[in-house]
Design a protein around this ligand. Structure first.
Ligand SMILES: [Fe+2]
Length: 194
């Protein structure tokens, strides 16, 4: 529910003020998630170790650039809707429903296992936000669907490292980043020993 005091003074033409506020609130959650993702991707870029270091280190940076562009577009859409976007780290942490990324310095495959989990969370919520805006505001819906084209492609780049020749993911069944990292690491060790 949007409180009266939070309603914008104007919004984009043809939307009601209430719908403008509702869409901006959905987008604020996506702004938090994408800002968090951009920082998490850089954290992985810096903490990845082992023989696949350079491949993963270099794969991550174009994803950071793309996600930062998404952050900017989402924040500016919120402003366009007449609402002030909140981009400060304290507000992000206070508002988010997920924990900090759980892995520090670790092997490339372990990080990719955990990153698989991260993308599952971000993409699931982004798809929900896209569905929620489909009837309310086609322009916001189009923005979010555009992000999903890229996010789901990046998710496949990650999963391709975790996939067996038979098409199975080493992270299948994992629910947490640590669990996914462990499963991915164990599968990679098993494959190397064979
Ligand atoms: Fe760098």
């Amino acid at each position: 529910m949007v409180r009266r005091t939070e309603l914008p003074k104007y919004t984009v033409p043809s939307l009601t003020i209430e719908d403008g506020a509702r869409i901006a609130a959905i987008l604020q959650q996506r702004l938090n998630a994408l800002n968090d993702l951009a920082l998490t991707l850089k954290h992985i870029h810096w903490n990845v170790t082992g023989p696949h270091f350079i491949a993963v280190h270099e794969m991550i940076d174009p994803q950071v650039d793309a996600v930062r562009a998404m952050v900017d577009a989402v924040a500016e859409r919120i402003a366009t809707l007449g609402v002030a976007p909140v981009g400060t780290p304290g507000a992000l942490v206070a508002d988010r429903s997920w924990d900090d990324y759980a892995i520090g310095r670790a092997g490339a495959i372990e990080h990719l296992g955990a990153l698989d989990e991260v993308y599952v969370g971000v993409i699931t919520d982004h798809r929900e936000a896209a569905a929620a805006t489909e009837d309310l505001d086609t322009v916001t819906n189009d923005l979010l669907v555009g992000h999903l084209h890229e996010l789901e492609l990046f998710h496949w780049f990650v999963r391709a490292h975790l996939e067996s020749a038979g098409g199975e993911l080493s992270t299948a069944g994992a629910d947490t980043e640590k669990e996914a990292a462990r499963s991915a690491g164990a599968a990679a060790k098993g494959a190397a020993a064979r």
